[in-house]
Design a protein around this ligand. Structure first.
Ligand SMILES: Cc1cc2nc3c(=O)[nH]c(=O)nc-3n(C[C@H](O)[C@H](O)[C@H](O)COP(=O)(O)OP(=O)(O)OC[C@H]3O[C@@H](n4cnc5c(N)ncnc54)[C@H](O)[C@@H]3O)c2cc1C
Length: 305
């Protein structure tokens, strides 16, 4: 991991920085990565992406909730969101974080909240992806995913991060479930005892996960902006006669938009992860850390502003 990336992720915890970015950040550049601060603002963005041939998912931004009553409000918001997607005929599913549903308070609370939402999503023909957060949450997240799948819920998926040493073993254990998995490189600050520090190792691990997942019986969401990995996925799928319905590409709103549309033109499904909500600070900081040039983008807007 580059020193700058680690620095940005570590600095994200500073209350002073958070105050500054939250005061100026949305107008100055966060809007490039976040569809709006409200659902009303996000819906037209989701619709426009759909009209361009892109699938979408959306997320009410937020994480690390420490109060049970607040998790119930989050559940209510997601129920409304699912109803709104249905009413608007959007080609949009939902991705959420278990710490937004109470995982930092109690695993059973998060499981219950998620089970309620997955049940509601099934009723309106939708699907919920559980994002993967910091490594300390991986065991509980995968336990909850497995419990839902084993109790008969099909409309739920999980995420594996290639920077973690453990992910290949996690994948092997999940494959018998024919899982719906999103593969990512990983966006958090993790120690070298459990995660590859070098980008080349993270990329190589991604290839191993990708091939193993595509060979399995589940669905693979290839979530990366890395063109070499995307082309590898395409040629591997071609070479192994893996039908296009068994995988899709996923990218972030505001990142490599032209590549997204090029892949649609080539006949692939592309989903754009398009979050919204007032709590966009931590999401933005992870986007800045992934590409420190994005910090310059924000600073340039600040100077121009
Ligand atoms: C749909 C989706 C869902 C995700 N969900 C999770 C999750 O649940 N848990 C998790 O830990 N991580 C998640 N991530 C983030 C992921 O772990 C990576 O941090 C992020 O995707 C950057 O890695 P990359 O694969 O694009 O490759 P990189 O090698 O980092 O980037 C490849 C190229 O993509 C471009 N690029 C990448 N990131 C940016 C950016 N922020 N701004 C501008 N250009 C950029 C650059 O041109 C770069 O050269 C998700 C990513 C996507 C696309």
């Amino acid at each position: 991991m580059s020193a700058l990336r680690s620095l940005i992720l570590a600095a994200a915890d500073s209350p002073g920085l958070q105050r500054f970015v939250q005061r100026y950040g949305f107008k100055l550049g966060a809007a490039r990565f976040v569809a709006g601060e409200s659902l009303d603002a996000a819906v037209p963005v989701l619709r426009r992406l759909n009209e361009q041939g892109l699938l979408t998912n959306t997320t009410l931004l937020g994480e690390g909730v420490g109060d049970e009553a607040e998790t119930r409000e989050v559940v209510a918001s997601y129920r409304q969101l699912l109803d709104r997607i249905r009413a608007g005929g959007l080609r949009t599913n939902v991705a959420l974080k278990l710490t937004h549903l109470g995982l930092s308070i109690d695993e059973e609370l998060a499981r219950r909240n998620l089970a309620e939402l997955v049940g509601h999503a099934a009723g309106v023909g939708n699907f919920i992806r559980i994002d993967m957060e910091e490594s300390r949450h991986v065991d509980a997240t995968l336990r909850i995913y497995r419990a839902l799948r084993e109790s008969g819920h099909e409309n739920v998926g999980a995420v594996l991060q290639s920077y973690l040493f453990r992910s290949e073993q996690d994948l092997a254990e999940l494959l018998p479930l024919a899982p719906n998995l999103r593969l990512v490189k990983g966006a958090y600050l993790e120690p070298p005892e459990i995660a590859y520090p070098r980008k080349s190792d993270v990329d190589a691990a991604y290839v191993r996960l990708l091939e193993a997942s595509l060979r399995g019986d589940g669905f693979t969401a290839v979530a990366t902006h890395d063109e070499a990995l995307i082309e590898h996925a395409i040629s591997f799928a071609d070479g192994h006669r893996i039908p296009r319905e068994r995988f899709q590409f996923q990218m972030l709103y505001g990142v490599r938009s032209r590549l997204q549309l090029d892949l649609v033109r080539r006949g692939y499904d592309v989903l754009v992860a398009t979050p919204y909500g007032p709590e966009w600070y931590r999401y933005l900081m992870r986007r800045l850390a992934e590409r420190p040039a994005n910090v310059l983008f924000l600073l340039r807007n600040l100077v121009r502003g």
